[in-house]
Design a protein around this ligand. Structure first.
Ligand code: IPD
Length: 273
């Protein structure tokens, strides 16, 4: 089947803009917050409303396409990542920021065909910033081409990390040990609270790498293409190509930096999406 990737790309941008208005509206209002898997894993009415809106726009325009959405999966639907054209959506990436009134929130929309991401959009409505990418066409921020940093050694890098939302067991402890090891090998660490934004910052050269264990396919799908199209690398932190459902990701401005980070961290195996 022939695919009009350009049409998918333009539609995704229009849908992200529309969804951005709903996120903006919710951001300045009192929020109704519910707990999901732990007290640090939250959902609001806005997350659910935005996902419904995005899903309805794509299903009416592209009725044969499949859909993986964070809140639909949280509601009990299986995460089925197949070769079919599939929209992968996080309606609010950075829900904790949203709840606390921190502006680093994003809407992440990706389209995968044959398990390859061909469109990636990360819209940050409060920051008024939109990152867009189409396979083979480069990555843009608000319409201007972006590229990764030229720094190519970990000792001169800023590495973006996250605490994530696991609070029990060894996962949190291993992550914090890893963060210490990264601090000791780099210029420093940063954490912005949205995996999609973290990846876009690497794509635009504001930080040389981002690593996280515990994320899901909807947090990283759009960011993967944006980093790759900006000239960066996205890999499995344990080595080899990135696996979208493995719950871990490492992206960097160069293969060298990715390899240096991979060598200092202790790896964590998590249940797949
Ligand atoms: C979360 C954010 C956060 C990351 C978590 C994600 P959500 O996504 O991306 O930065 O550390 O692992 O779950 O829940 O706000 O969509």
């Amino acid at each position: 089947m022939d695919h009009n990737i350009h049409e998918y790309y333009e539609t995704a941008i229009a849908v992200a803009k529309e969804a951005g208005e709903v996120v903006k509206d919710g951001f300045y209002k009192e929020k109704k917050v519910d707990i999901k898997t732990s007290f640090a894993d939250l959902v609001t009415e806005t997350d659910q409303a935005v996902e419904q809106l995005i899903m309805s726009r794509f299903s009416s325009k592209f009725p044969t396409h499949k859909f993986i959405g964070e809140e639909t999966v949280a509601g009990g639907k299986k995460c089925e990542f197949t070769d079919d054209p599939t929209w992968i959506v996080d309606p609010i990436d950075g829900t904790m920021n949203f709840v606390h009134g921190i502006p680093h929130v994003s809407i992440s929309i990706a389209l995968a065909i044959n398990k390859e991401i061909v469109v990636g959009i990360v819209h940050c409505p409060i920051l008024d910033t939109m990152y867009t990418s189409m396979k083979g066409q480069g990555a843009m921020c608000n319409g201007k081409k972006i590229s990764v940093s030229k720094i190519s050694d970990l000792s001169q890098s800023v590495v973006i990390i996250e605490g994530g939302n696991a609070r029990s067991g060894n996962e949190a402890k291993t992550k914090s040990n890893n963060h210490l090891k990264i601090i000791q090998s780099s210029h420093g660490i940063r954490a912005y609270g949205s995996a999609a934004i973290d990846m876009c910052l690497v794509a635009r050269g504001q930080g040389e790498a981002y690593i996280e264990y515990g994320i899901h396919i909807w947090d990283i799908a759009a960011g993967i293409l944006i980093v790759q199209e900006a000239g960066g690398v996205v890999v499995d932190p344990k080595g080899g190509p990135v696996d979208l459902v493995s719950r871990r990701v490492l992206c960097a401005s160069s293969k060298t930096i990715a390899g240096q980070i991979s060598a200092v961290v202790e790896h964590i195996d998590l249940e797949r999406d």
